[in-house]
Design a protein around this ligand. Structure first.
Ligand SMILES: Cc1ncc(C[n+]2csc(CCOP(=O)(O)OP(=O)(O)O)c2C)c(N)n1
Ligand code: SF4
Ligand SMILES: [Mg+2]
Length: 246
């Protein structure tokens, strides 16, 4: 397997994320954790369809761009076939929780031994801001122009809570990239999730609340404020299932 790009090399690269997007921060944290854990080779990412797929532009590690929503199934097979590889599903909310809800949930339900990093920006960012299963009540998107009506679309899904409450996973957390303090905590969650995988403890998942200023119609600063004021009260941060073996 190829080696992942070193942090110093990533820092030199220009990404195609919009200004103020959270994806780049999350990808950098994953890379820092892998490097600090001495796991900068034998990594393979199962990448979702969406802005998550732009990971391929900044990281030159091994990766498979999965069919839309199917990274849970693809990562299951990649990990089962090569258990010594570090397998990371990197997906957005639309990919993981809307079109791919069955695959994402099934992998968690079976306690597959890979790590899922799921970036929740409350919409389909890449395609212009359509409603997803994590869109907030009343949130206006291109497919909910009057605001999301939960009476007919269901409530925004809380996947980490579902996994922690119902399934036999190894590690479950939700972080955010809106403040330096939250970014530091998120790094700890990602590291825990990867360590759980390295030790063969079972499925690990970290959801990340992340800004999409472009489709939210906000400046990067306002988008960070929205995460603090609107998203975190509904999607609380923290560890929902901690590792039994540390
Ligand atoms: C089978 C299929 N259906 C629909 C699309 C169009 N499509 C591309 S990305 C995307 C949604 C991505 O949203 P999300 O996973 O939240 O990622 P984000 O861009 O917000 O990070 C959709 C519906 C597609 N590429 N393939
Ligand atoms: S559309 Fe949104 S999620 Fe995609 S790169 Fe731009 S800010 Fe990021
Ligand atoms: Mg999204």
């Amino acid at each position: 397997m190829a080696k992942s790009k070193k942090i110093a090399e990533i820092a030199k690269k220009t990404s195609s994320f919009c200004p103020g997007c959270g994806h780049g921060v999350v990808i950098r944290l994953i890379t820092e954790c892998l490097e600090e854990l001495g796991q900068d080779k034998n990594i393979i990412f199962g990448i979702g369809v969406g802005c998550s797929s732009l990971l391929g532009g900044v990281l030159e590690t091994d990766r498979l761009h999965c069919l839309h929503g199917r990274a849970g199934a693809v990562c299951t097979s990649m990990k089962r076939v090569n258990p010594d590889n570090i397998v990371v599903a990197y997906q957005g909310d639309g990919d993981a929780y809307s079109i791919g809800l069955a695959e994402t949930t099934s992998a968690a339900y079976r306690n597959e031994k890979f790590t899922a990093i799921l970036v929740n920006n409350t919409n389909y960012g890449m395609t212009g801001g359509q409603m997803s299963n994590t869109t907030m009540p009343g949130q206006k998107t291109t497919t909910s122009p009057m605001g999301r009506d939960c009476a007919i679309t269901g409530n925004p899904i809380k996947f980490p809570e579902l996994v922690a409450d119902q399934f036999n996973a190894a590690y479950v957390a939700r972080g955010a990239v809106n403040t330096p303090a939250n970014i530091n905590k998120l790094k700890g969650y990602i590291k825990n999730a990867l360590e759980a995988q390295i030790n063969g403890e079972g499925y690990s998942v970290v959801e990340v609340l992340s800004p999409c200023p472009t489709n939210w119609g906000m400046s990067p600063l306002k988008a960070m404020e929205r995460i603090e004021n609107e998203l975190i009260p509904y999607y609380p941060l923290g560890e929902f299932k901690t590792r039994e073996v540390k």
